[in-house]
Design a protein around this ligand. Structure first.
Ligand code: FES
Ligand code: FES
Length: 164
């Protein structure tokens, strides 16, 4: 019997309709069907945060969200942050602060940071650490990432909150 269900997602501003099995995850939809491979598959169990995307603006582990649960919602992936082919303010700030080494954790970090800065444009160090606590990084020791988010906050303030 065909259990597939039709769902509709707005992914990076574009409406997408697709048919999914009930147990298909949002991560599988993004990476395997839409080829948005900027969203990383690390543990696939909700531990590492590499698969972080924004669902209606809030960070979620895409490996833990069943695609039918995302029906009708807005999804933002790292590909959605690029503007005019360049890096967003958060991405630039992380690169400038040396916060990107192997880069595997970076897309998830960027999206968690984006959600934080949308809510708290001038976060404290503790607030940054809390917001990124679900995103594991094996390379940087986190200090450069915190510095990058602080720099991004300053950049965004100077741009009136625009992320491009
Ligand atoms: S791949 Fe989803 S939390 Fe690790
Ligand atoms: S830069 Fe390698 S895991 Fe974070």
């Amino acid at each position: 019997m065909d259990n597939k269900r039709r769902i509709e997602l707005r992914v990076n501003g574009t409406m997408r309709q697709l048919e999914v099995e009930p147990n298909t995850t949002l991560l599988e939809v993004l990476r395997d069907e839409m080829r948005l491979t900027g969203t990383k598959r690390g543990c696939d169990q909700g531990h590492c945060g590499a698969c972080t995307v924004l669902l209606n603006g809030a960070p979620v582990n895409a490996c833990l969200v069943l695609a039918p649960m995302a029906d009708g919602k807005d999804v933002e992936t790292i590909e959605g942050l690029e503007s005019s082919g360049g890096m967003s303010a958060i991405q630039s700030a992380l690169v400038e602060e040396g916060a990107v080494q192997c880069g595997f954790c970076t897309p998830g970090m960027v999206l968690s940071a984006k959600a934080l800065l949308a809510e708290k444009p001038e976060p404290s160090r503790l607030e940054i650490l809390e917001a990124l606590s679900g995103n594991l990084c094996r390379c940087t020791g986190y200090e450069r990432i915190v510095a990058g988010v602080q720099k991004a906050a300053g950049l965004l303030k100077g741009r009136g909150g625009r992320h491009d």
